[in-house]
Structures are given as C-alpha cells and as structure tokens.
Design a protein around this ligand. Structure first.
Ligand code: SF4
Length: 474
C-alpha cells in the first residue's frame, strides 16, 4: 500500500513554511529559480517545488527562467536533476559547478539539488564531497519536506540532506494536495502514478523513483475537475508506466472513461505507456473525440534476443501487432516511440531488425538514444559493450530513416484541417504556434492575435516539414 502524504495535514511543514517566510524578510533576496532537467514527471515535480517556494514567500516564476543578472542576486536556486543518461547528469553537475562563483559573491544564496540523480548513492556521495557549497539535497520522495530542509539550512547554518536510501520496495510516496505553480493554465501535467516495477536492465528509474504506486481515482478526478473549471484545455496524464495505472475503481481505461465523461471542451493526453499494457480497450478509446490522437509507445529495439536482454517483456512481433492495431483502429492517431542504439551485444543484423520495425510502423516521431551504461543497472556490466563510433553510426542511420518517415507522415496532413491549441502570440511575421491533437507543432497566420493563447483554432495545413507544419486559420 503506497504511503500517501496529504500536504494539508502536514502541520510541521506548514510551521516550517512560515518560519522560512519570516526569515526571508531579513534576507536580501527572496527570488527563487528552479532549473529542471529531464522528463515531464520532473517538470511536474518542479511545478510543485515552485508552489512550495511561493508558499514560503519566494518570488518564483515557473513560466520562464531568470536572466543571468536575476540569477546573480537570487536567494534560492534549486536544480531538479535527471539520471536517465550520463549526459543529463553531467549537464546538471556542470551547471552546479558554474554556480560556485555565485555562492562566493552571494554567500546568502541557498543552493539545493533534488531529483533522480541525488537518489543514486555514488552521485549523492560525489556532490557531498566535491560540491561543498551545495546547501541541501532532496530525494524524489521528499519534495513535501522542502520547507523543513530550507528552515534547517537557514537556522542551523549547515548542509541538510533529505534523501532516503530506501530499497525499491519501500522507496516512494504519493504527495497529495501539494501547492502547485504551473507553467501554463491551459496545458497541464497531472501525474497519476509514480515509480516502476519493470526493471528494464538499462534503466535507473525503479532505483531512483521506487515501486509503482497509483494515486486514487477520486483525487485525480477532483484535480482535473478543478483544472477544467479554471479554463484548462489540455491535460497530460503522467506516469513512468501510465497505462499500468491501478485505482480504486479499476485500471487506466476506467480512469480515462471517467475523465473523458467530464463536461468541457478539452483534450486528454497520456505518457509514457508500456507495450505490455497497451490493451484493445485503450486502443479503442483513442477514437474518443476528447482523446488526443497521439500514442507514445517506446519499443527500444527490434531484436527479440535484445528485448529479452533488456527485460522488456514483449517480442518484436507482439510490439508490431500492437502498433499496427493502433494504425488500423485509429488511423488519425500519431504513434511515437523511443529506441536505444547499440545495446550491449546488439549485432549489426539485430540493429537492422530495429530499422525493420521503424519501416513497418512509420512512426510520426522517434526519439533515439545511444546506449548509456547506468551505474547500478545490470546492462552496465553486460559483456560486448558496443564501441562509441558504432553506436553513433547506428544512431545516424536510424535518424536519417526516421526523419524521412516523419516528413512523409506530416505530408499526409496537407489539405487537412487540424485543431490546434494556441501556445504563442503572433510573432513578427504574424505567426502563432501550437500543438495539434497528434502533438505536432503547427505554425499558423494569426492576424491581430484573433486566436488567443489557450484557445483552440481550426487550421488548414498548407505545408509539411520534418518536425512541423504550416497552416492557415479557417
Ligand atoms: S518501464 Fe523500463 S524503461 Fe520504463 S521506467 Fe520502467 S524500468 Fe525504466
């Protein structure tokens, strides 16, 4: 049973929030900057961190980042890290390194690091030892403790660590009724489940985000109702394995049906799905008028031997059957995916099987990554690690193929009408931008901003490119 933290009952944290608020009135700066790396789940967490900062009296601007001048006088900087690949970690560490000078010129600045990277013991130890100017670290299951950690940093004038070293089966809570400062009132993230029990051999998520746990359906529906009443137009349901959601009244399809039955002109998205839970009922539901026509379904590799080594629990044939089922049942639905190039032991022939799947499904967009060994994961110690050059050769070959297919898929939309949620005001050329139901970027002429940010617009597609489309307002 998941440990649910209801922030409205966190009296202690409320006490610490007001203590920090009082302390702020004696400090030179009350501005806070949250720097976010990684996935949508981290974006959603950063909106909760921003909500807590605002509760404590910090000026936080979730919609945009500070200028370098503003950063130089910030009172609080929090780096929300990602551990999915080496590159993301090195970027966060180099960012932290660059802030050392700032701490020297502005000793009142409080610097904290949170997110998946601090949940890894070797990175936690590295930051503790080599970044002595980092004032606190906060684990993925302790965001609600930020007020306490900040008060202790201020009052005890020492470094504070709110990172639990719990095993997978115990790591992870569900934080309900947290203060949230969202980037947009129109397009929002709504996490519905956290953690993962799949243990793909290349992935750190289960170790840094803990066991799979789902929020209650009642809490999710309540949150979505409030958002829709507030004018929200697009809800993205989040989970590392969103389609293995399990609530008090049933699974993911049940939850979607209940959300889709809510009144209002809105659209519903979800990510990220696992092929083993892509049921016929879910695929059928993609045709619901309020369901965004986009299914993100990572397949990672085309060879059954490699899928087994990855512990992905499906075969190439099974994946193709699911993906082509979506194509057949919901022809307007865009399918996107993730692929890893150069998994240990993958032969050139096995990589060709990956390209076969790509040609068969013709993904609208494909996110490709070179294999990055993650410390503590089984695949990091597998024999036959592929050379960097060979990984890049495969990555480039895959990118060339997927780019041509993305353009082909987009060209099928020329002459069609797409419903776009306007994201931006008209630029100097009079163009606004937004995403279609298929999650494709569409630029359209928006004279005198007749379509406001946060409004839907019907746009006839006039031009197609690899990663975007142009159209005219109908
Ligand atoms: S399903 Fe696999 S890749 Fe996805 S988060 Fe879980 S362990 Fe990682």
């Amino acid at each position: 049973m998941a440990n649910i933290i209801d922030f409205t009952n966190e009296i202690e944290q409320a006490k610490y929030s007001s203590l920090v608020k009082n302390a702020l009135s004696h400090r030179t700066s009350s501005s806070a900057e949250i720097i976010t790396f990684g996935c949508q789940q981290n974006e959603a967490d950063s909106e909760r961190i921003a909500g807590l900062c605002s509760l404590m009296g910090f000026d936080t601007n979730p919609a945009g980042s500070m200028s370098s001048d503003e950063i130089s006088v910030a009172g609080l900087i929090i780096i929300n890290t990602c551990a999915i690949r080496e590159h993301a970690e090195l970027k966060a560490l180099s960012n932290t390194g660059r802030l050392k000078k700032l701490k020297e010129t502005n000793p009142e600045l409080i610097l904290g690091i949170c997110g998946c990277m601090v949940q890894e013991k070797h990175r936690f130890d590295q930051i503790k030892k080599s970044y002595p100017y980092v004032d606190f670290m906060l684990g993925t299951d302790s965001i609600h403790k930020l007020p306490e950690v900040l008060w202790r940093v201020i009052s005890e004038q020492r470094r504070i660590y709110g990172v639990s070293a719990l095993p997978h089966s115990e790591l992870g809570v569900i934080e309900e009724n947290m203060p949230v400062l969202r980037k947009s009132p129109f397009k929002v993230w709504v996490p519905i489940m956290y953690g993962c029990n799949n243990f793909c051999t290349y992935c750190v998520v289960p170790r840094v985000r803990g066991h799979e746990r789902s929020r209650s359906e009642a809490a999710i529906i309540e949150e979505v109702k409030t958002l829709l009443d507030g004018g929200c137009k697009e809800i993205t349901l989040l989970g590392q394995n969103v389609n293995s959601y399990s609530g008090e009244n049933g699974g993911f399809v049940k939850l979607l049906e209940n959300l889709l039955s809510l009144d209002g002109d809105f659209r519903l998205r979800f990510m990220t799905s696992h092929p083993k839970d892509a049921s016929d009922e879910l695929i059928e539901l993609m045709n619901h008028p309020k369901m965004a026509k986009h299914f993100h379904l990572p397949f990672q590799a085309g060879s059954d031997r490699i899928l087994k080594l990855m512990n992905r629990r499906y075969t190439k044939e099974k994946y193709l059957e699911r993906a082509l089922k979506i194509r057949q049942a919901s022809p307007d639905c865009a399918i996107t995916t993730d692929v890893i190039c150069g998994f240990p032991g993958e032969t050139a022939e096995e990589f060709e099987e990956t390209l076969e799947v790509v040609r068969a499904v013709e993904f609208d967009t494909l996110f490709s990554f070179v294999f990055s060994p993650r410390k503590g994961t089984p695949a990091a110690n597998f024999d036959d690690q592929i050379s960097h050059d060979e990984k890049i050769r495969r990555f480039e070959k895959l990118t060339k193929l997927t780019n041509s297919l993305s353009e082909k898929r987009n060209s099928l939309l020329v002459g069609k009408t797409e419903r776009v949620l306007c994201d931006t005001e008209a630029d100097n050329e009079g163009f606004s931008g937004g995403k279609s139901s298929q999650n494709k970027l569409i630029r359209f002429q928006n004279p005198e901003n007749q379509i406001k940010v946060g409004e839907f617009a019907d746009v006839e597609i006039t031009e197609a490119f690899r990663a975007s489309l142009n159209g005219k307002l109908l």
